[in-house]
Design a protein around this ligand. Structure first.
Ligand SMILES: *[C@@H]1O[C@H](CO)[C@@H](O)[C@H](O)[C@H]1NC(C)=O
Ligand SMILES: *[C@@H]1O[C@H](CO)[C@@H](O)[C@H](O)[C@H]1NC(C)=O
Ligand SMILES: *[C@@H]1O[C@H](CO)[C@@H](O)[C@H](O)[C@H]1NC(C)=O
Ligand SMILES: *[C@@H]1O[C@H](CO)[C@@H](O)[C@H](O)[C@H]1NC(C)=O
Ligand SMILES: *[C@@H]1O[C@H](CO)[C@@H](O)[C@H](O)[C@H]1NC(C)=O
Ligand SMILES: *[C@@H]1O[C@H](CO)[C@@H](O)[C@H](O)[C@H]1NC(C)=O
Ligand SMILES: *[C@@H]1O[C@H](CO)[C@@H](O)[C@H](O)[C@H]1NC(C)=O
Length: 620
């Protein structure tokens, strides 16, 4: 059973809970609770479109005005009554995320655009009603701009760069603890499991039901060190998935522990990015927030932890520019621009705390423009690294569009884009004209890293061969460890999973010495269209050969559409209210339904789950 699309990137059951409540019978509700929230539930039951979602926010807002406790309590009670999650998960999820949503509801008009955005984030409604056109202020290109293609390759020996992502290390991973539990991650001693007989004891190096033990991360970092790359990029997410429990001390410790582990194990320079790690998870308040709950402590922790790799100036930027920084790769003409993508992420519920539209929360886009302009002036090239790729349904269409404007302006300076978050081995292509998606119009490509955490596939990382003059990617190899191999629990063996040039090059007709250009990736999508064997290979690669989700013709069309969507407005995902995390028992119960679990096909996946939950509720 694959859990990836449910587990990666976010971690609250709020969406599922609210969504399911519209499906359950009102007679059942009345046994659960007092009349206080009958109105709320009726409204939720009536949710069918954007307009009914705006209407549903009215009783939710009334409830929010009764206070955070009242707001959380209602949802915890429903969560418990429906047994959507274990009681500790219901409790922890709503006491952490609930107050932010209640605060939002008290701060906005239920008929406004922000309310529409909240509807999109919570329920997947209104996404087509809420994008705001905006022109990013951009300095004009210099008349004497460098030649569009930049310095030519001198065909020198490429250097290696390692890309790691989504390590999600569980510092409480316990060998012998239950690996077959009812929560979204197992292999730790949860208090409510004390005294239970263990059915499947956790082994030393990991399990698909559990986030990474420290030993698995150590094992990967030792192999990375042996590869001796010129540098390492890390595209974020350090903390484990027991999100209902995480608080500021734990997140701080986890971030510090991973920085220390990197320092101890790896001799190379690391360029990291911030992920969703905050408390609660995903929650990064904007500077304009009227409450004091910002994430400055995350920026301070990483400014201190990263300084040894990114320098004093980079560290100060992390601290003062909300976690983003630019740092040169010593001895090269390449700059790493690391950006905090959380202010564009729909599941950051702090983004809905005002009716005033902010095109560039915390000035991340302005920071990018400044840094890219400086690089252009200096004749440097830039790689952009960040956690969340811009093309998926979980990213705001607004900032995704504005980012694309920056990309188009600086397309000759930006020679690489690298992200994580999906836990899958994917790519997204940007076009100079999205109406005409051709090889000639492909201007950039984002390479998305696989994850270390075994929850979404076999643990893996990427190695790039990079041209030392153009900084273009010549080849990409995925290195993985097979959790089913008998040696895995003794000592994980890391080996080549596939080599992009060898596997895809002949299918596309890639000439020797040619980079894996945006045009190459576009042509590969055309190969996928006509050669289903090649496409199915890609589908297997997503999760490194395990937990593979069958992808039929519809799913394939969506997947290819999404590969051609650097901007989220161009993807073909069905809005679903974002990725959600729910209890293992619900997933197991849903096993009799046809499942499509890839995130590109998430719409039908979520629907299957909701249908199963309705059946469960009606069966009572
Ligand atoms: C949302 O957009 C759709 C399609 O453009 C439109 O039919 C609908 O009336 C809009 N709903 C609201 C509440 O604005
Ligand atoms: C903000 O933080 C304070 C102090 O930790 C807490 O009391 C308050 O409930 C938080 N507010 C929200 C909306 O989370
Ligand atoms: C655990 O297993 C033992 C031996 O099979 C049994 O006697 C006991 O009742 C079980 N305990 C629980 C909590 O299931
Ligand atoms: C996992 O737990 C469930 C329910 O607790 C049980 O039915 C199932 O047999 C267990 N699976 C394994 C592999 O032990
Ligand atoms: C992509 O395909 C087009 C059309 O077949 C071809 O002209 C172009 O050379 C190809 N580009 C790459 C990089 O493979
Ligand atoms: C289709 O892809 C498969 C797998 O990569 C490859 O073996 C086969 O030669 C391709 N077929 C054609 C007609 O290119
Ligand atoms: C992983 O190992 C299992 C058991 O040896 C094997 O069946 C499977 O094919 C391997 N997976 C990959 C991707 O090599």
């Amino acid at each position: 059973m694959q859990l990836s699309s449910l587990l990666c990137g976010t971690g609250n059951g709020f969406i599922v809970l609210l969504s399911v409540s519209l499906l359950i019978l009102s007679s059942f509700i009345k046994t659960v609770s007092a009349s206080l929230f009958d109105d709320v539930l009726q409204a939720l039951e009536s949710l069918v479109d954007c307009a009914s979602c705006h209407a549903a926010l009215v009783p939710l807002q009334t409830l929010a005005f009764q206070g955070d406790d009242a707001f959380d309590t209602v949802f915890i009670e429903i969560c418990d009554a429906l047994q959507l999650e274990d009681p500790d998960v219901c409790q922890g999820t709503f006491t952490s995320i609930g107050p932010i949503i209640a605060h939002d509801l008290r701060s906005i008009s239920v008929t406004g655009e922000t309310a529409g955005r909240l509807c999109d984030a919570l329920f997947g409604f209104c996404s087509s009603n809420v994008s705001t056109p905006f022109t990013v202020p951009l300095p004009p290109p210099k008349a004497s701009a460098p030649t569009p293609s930049g310095p030519p390759s001198k065909r020198r020996e490429p250097f290696q760069v390692v890309h790691i992502s989504d390590v999600h290390i569980d510092r409480q991973y316990t060998v012998g603890a239950e690996a077959n539990c009812t929560k979204n991650i197992c292999c730790r001693n949860f208090p409510d499991q004390a005294g239970h007989n263990i059915t499947e004891p956790a082994e030393p190096n990991g399990n698909h039901n559990c986030d990474s033990p420290t030993s698995l991360a150590d094992s990967m970092l030792e192999v990375v060190n042996d590869i001796n790359p010129k540098f390492i990029i890390f595209t974020g997410d350090v903390v484990e998935g027991a999100t209902w429990l995480v608080d500021q001390p734990e997140v701080t410790n986890d971030l510090e522990d991973f920085n220390a582990q990197l320092l101890l194990k790896v001799k190379t320079r690391i360029f990291p990015s911030l992920g969703t790690d905050s408390a609660p998870v995903n929650a990064f308040a904007r500077k304009t927030s009227m409450t004091a709950n910002d994430s400055q402590w995350v920026f301070d922790t990483q400014a201190a932890g990263w300084e040894q790799w990114i320098g004093r100036q980079g560290s100060e930027e992390v601290q003062h520019d909300s976690g983003s920084y630019a740092a040169p790769v010593p001895g090269t003409n390449l700059v790493i621009l690391s950006i905090n993508t959380q202010y564009w992420y729909k599941q950051n519920f702090w983004l809905y705390d005002s009716d005033e539209f902010q095109p560039d929360p915390n000035g991340i886009l302005a920071f990018m423009v400044d840094q890219l302009q400086a690089a252009e002036n200096a004749g440097q090239k830039a790689w952009i690294i960040g956690h969340i790729p811009l093309g998926k349904e979980d990213t705001m269409e607004d900032q995704s569009n504005y980012y694309d404007q920056v990309l188009q302006r600086y397309k000759d300076t930006i020679v690489g884009h690298f992200f994580g978050h999906s836990h899958k081995d994917q790519f997204e292509i940007a076009y100079s004209n999205y109406e005409e998606q051709t090889a000639a119009n492909a201007v950039s490509v984002a390479l998305i890293g696989p994850a270390l955490t075994p929850t979404s596939g076999n643990p893996a990382f990427k190695v790039y061969d990079v041209d030392p003059d153009t900084f273009g990617v010549m080849n990409m190899r995925v290195i993985f460890t097979n959790t089913s191999d008998p040696s895995f629990q003794i000592e994980p063996k890391w080996e080549l999973f596939y080599d992009a040039r060898q596997t895809y090059g002949p299918l596309v007709g890639l000439p020797d010495n040619s980079e894996l250009t945006p045009a190459f990736w576009h042509n590969l999508t055309e190969v996928f269209e006509r050669n289903d064997t090649a496409f199915q290979l890609y589908n297997t690669f997503l999760t490194r050969g395990v937990l593979v989700v069958p992808c039929d013709e519809d799913c394939k069309a969506t997947t290819i559409c999404d590969q051609r969507a650097f901007r989220s407005e161009n993807n073909c995902d069905t809005p679903t209210g974002g990725a959600v995390s729910i209890g293992r028992r619900d997933i197991d119960d849903a096993s009799s339904l046809p499942l499509k679990e890839d995130d590109e096909c998430e719409g039908s996946r979520i629907r299957s789950l909701l249908l199963e939950m309705r059946a469960k509720a009606q069966g009572r």
